[in-house]
Design a protein around this ligand. Structure first.
Ligand code: GTR
Length: 349
């Protein structure tokens, strides 16, 4: 472990921690990530919800409903639309909560028919329907919290995570869904969001973070010139983070944590990190290293954590798969996530 930490000059933040200490420190670590990197999620609003039946689709295998979440605050209202697609005539359905780049049904990143064939349902929402992916702080859900369109303390990743938790609240009300078997899934910036969601909300049994890279699964220290850094990400996407994060630009050594500790907050639940070999920008080595560095926290719970079995290591609770090709959420990725989800559900599907 020492050697692994040394390879990226990461301080041994979790040195000799035991389970009691870890449980006592978890909230402090969460707080550090929220204060220093992403910003605190805003106060919880209870949305009013309506649904609209969209009929039977996907070769007659799935029932599709749209779910409208209307949030109100400060005299303003905003409605986020989500889609719920469940295998027809089934009960106790395990669900992927998919934080999506678009609200399209069907969706190019989502092999819906295969997912239904495997017995899973999907709930998804278009992240930009929550708030736009830019420096406008006046629109959508963000606009309900901001004063005169001014930036709040939280970045937009936190707000996308907030919506994912609101969807989980809703899934808990659906009798045909097994709300103890819900996975949160996202790709890239939404892979970062999936990790944050699950680190803060322990109701997700499985977290699938695809090609999340910088400020997601990969460690922030020791990047090469080919990898995305805090400097690069905050220059192009400053609205994703709290403004406080800027103090770590070209100053990673000052971080009071590294990203593997965000992964560790998910323990002892299941975590899958997907990487693509051409996605050098995401720092694949740094993502794998995070899995290895976080794994001892799973051991504290008597779990295996990460079991290294080569490019695709999906035997433990911390899984890493390294596929061919570029930055994308592919069918291959979905199939790996479904395989693990089925495995962890045992005979329940
Ligand atoms: C890249 C960005 C990454 C990743 C990705 C995406 O350009 O630098 O951090 O989030 O975009 O979300 O597509």
């Amino acid at each position: 472990m020492k050697e692994l930490l040394k390879s990226r000059n990461i301080p041994d933040f979790l040195k000799d921690v035991n389970l009691d200490e870890w449980q006592a420190r978890k909230d402090e670590i969460k707080e550090l990530f929220l204060t220093e990197e992403y910003g605190h999620l805003p106060k919880k609003l209870v949305p009013s919800i309506t649904t609209e039946e969209q009929g039977v689709n996907f070769a007659g295998k799935g029932r599709w409903e749209s779910v409208f979440f209307t949030f109100e605050n400060n005299g303003k209202a905003h409605t986020v639309r989500a889609e719920l697609i469940l295998p027809k005539n089934k009960t106790k359905i395990p669900v992927f909560l998919y934080i999506s780049f678009s609200g399209d049904v069907p969706n190019k990143y989502l092999p819906m028919e295969e997912i239904l064939d495997n017995g899973f349902g999907v709930m998804m929402f278009d992240y930009q329907n929550v708030t736009s992916d830019d420096g406008d702080y006046s629109n959508g859900l963000y606009g309900l919290f901001s004063e005169d369109g001014k930036r709040c303390e939280f970045g937009k990743i936190s707000l996308w995570a907030y919506m994912a938790s609101a969807c989980m609240d809703y899934l808990e009300t659906r009798p045909e869904v097994d709300a103890t078997s819900v996975a949160v899934v996202g790709h890239s910036r939404l892979g970062k969001t999936a990790i944050l969601t699950s680190a803060l909300d322990s109701r997700f049994i499985l977290t699938c973070s695809n090609n999340s890279g910088c400020c997601g699964a990969s460690v922030s220290r020791g990047k090469t010139e080919e990898n995305e850094t805090i400097e690069a990400i905050t220059r192009v996407f400053p609205w994703w983070f709290s403004e406080k994060y800027l103090k770590y630009v070209s100053n990673e050594d000052a971080l009071p944590f590294d990203q593997h500790m965000l992964l560790a907050l998910i323990a002892p639940r299941y975590l899958m990190i997907g990487a693509a070999c051409e996605d050098v920008w995401a720092d694949n080595e740094g993502q794998l290293l995070s899995c290895k560095l976080a794994s001892p926290i799973w051991s504290l719970y008597g779990k295996d954590g990460f079991i290294d079995t080569g490019d695709t290591s999906i035997d433990g609770e911390v899984c890493y798969h390294f596929r061919e090709g570029s930055h994308f959420m592919s069918r291959y990725d979905w199939n790996v996530y479904m395989k693990k989800f089925k495995q962890l559900l045992g005979g329940k599907i």
